[in-house]
Design a protein around this ligand. Structure first.
Ligand code: OAD
Length: 226
């Protein structure tokens, strides 16, 4: 069974990584446009680097939770493709094989001049840290207003899905949210979220109103256990 799993911040919430929305529209006390846009970077790169340095430290000290781990175990019997909006590496550490990061990865940095000059990074990025082309390093993260290059790879994966599972995402950020429309209308879509989200009306949509860990257990019981 070819299963595509689209994940968002909610799947990492039980690992202690805060989600984005809620909390008065602030992200860890910052306006999103100040820390996650090219304008924010041009205005105050120190602030942006510091913000992501803190996110990186938080992610490195977090552990995959039951949702990541159960999904990884499904690789043994199913063709699982994870498409995540998350910048953390918790799907990787849980052991999932096929993971596509739509919005970049916090454990990678790139040249401000060349988006293809990408390097792994475990520690902080400071002003003055440069890529091999001599240009300043920035986090390898898609900011608001930037292209989402991995979308082109994600679309055919969703088109070929036999089941789509959507976990822990508010589905309000485009173009990621638009991926749902590439799924065949005939396939079932399972939405795992403790809040019932406004996901476009379509047939074959099933809500599992639970946290990610319990929700994945329920999905496996309902759909994959004969
Ligand atoms: P959001 O913060 O918008 O949504 C998180 C979703 O997770 C909400 O629908 C919550 O109800 C749900 N949720 C909370 N706790 C949960 C739990 N324990 N189990 C399951 N679900 C839970 O996060 P995203 O949809 O991922 O982009 O946000 C999308 C993008 O917006 C992010 O990738 C990021 C952000 O700006 C970039 O950084 C480019």
């Amino acid at each position: 069974m070819r299963i595509v799993v689209l994940t968002g911040a909610g799947i990492s919430a039980e690992s202690g990584i805060p989600t984005f929305r809620g909390a008065g529209g602030l992200w860890e006390g910052h306006r999103i446009e100040d820390v996650a846009s090219p304008e924010g970077w041009n205005k105050n790169p120190e602030l942006v680097l510091d913000f992501y340095n803190q996110r990186r430290r938080g992610i490195l000290s977090a552990q995959p939770n039951a949702a990541h781990i159960q999904l990884a175990a499904l690789d043994a019997h199913h063709e699982i493709q994870i498409i995540t909006q998350n910048i953390d590496d918790l799907h990787e550490r849980a052991g999932s094989k096929n993971i596509l990061h739509l919005h970049g990865e916090i454990l990678k940095a790139r040249s401000v001049k060349n988006p293809n000059l990408i390097t792994p990074i475990n520690g902080d990025i400071q002003i003055g840290d440069v890529a091999s082309d001599g240009a300043q390093l920035r986090p390898h993260i898609v900011w608001f207003g930037e292209q989402v290059p991995m979308l082109e790879m994600a679309i055919p994966l969703v088109e070929q899905a036999e089941i789509l599972v959507i976990i822990g995402t508010s589905m309000v950020v485009y173009p990621a949210a638009g991926l749902l429309h590439y799924a065949s209308p005939e396939i079932p879509v399972y939405v795992i979220n403790p809040e019932i989200t406004e996901i476009s009306r379509r047939k074959n949509i099933h809500f599992i109103q639970k946290n990610a860990g319990e929700g994945v257990t329920e999905f496996i019981r309902l759909v994959l256990t004969k």
